[in-house]
Design a protein around this ligand. Sequence first.
Ligand SMILES: O=C(O)CCC(=O)C(=O)O
Ligand SMILES: [Fe+2]
Length: 203
Amino acid sequence: MIRVGLAEGLRDEDEHPAHIRNVSVTNCDSANCMQAPIVNELSGRLSAMLGAPSRNFESMEFVRYEAGQHYVWHPDEYSWQRKGWSAERADPVHVLSGPRVLTFFMYLSDVDEGGETGFMGTRAGASKVAPTPAEEAKLKVRPEKGKAILWANMRDEWRTAEPAAVHRAFPVRRGVKWASTLWVHAAGFRIPELYAGLACAPR
Ligand SMILES: O=C(O)CCC(=O)C(=O)O
Ligand SMILES: [Fe+2]
């Protein structure tokens, strides 16, 4: 279990409104966490497995869901489609690093009841993400400590979002769900030039 940076970093609120996602969240973006041996080991193994450089990895995010907490249907590709490939409209970080082509999701605890990850599993009705009832998940993954899943958010040419990958976290009914997300981008997410450029950009 990665403890580095978690205790001090865990926030009860995140950037999403509570009806979208109401979990505690923290990011492994402090030097303390990013340089932890277990984090290096994990990103090294994942990099070898995927054949993708670890500079394409976003810093890991840790989430904790308590009973009643959930995350509604959403794509992970990060506004790529909605905002488009345009320097004016897209988040600058994601213009350079490209979309989150893959999601590597690890369950860090067992959950007594609920907390499954549900996938749309079909391309039909992709434009109706919000009204799609939760029950329509074609695939449900039960949380289990040590289990990890990997999915593609984009089609093979990586520019088009894959509607079948739209997913949600069902509410935890009993127990606590700890999990971690590692998003893999199409290009380098952590190039120093990127951050230097942002820091120097006129505001
Ligand atoms: O908690 C889950 O099962 C999924 C979480 C998720 O989709 C996300 O953090 O983007
Ligand atoms: Fe997600």
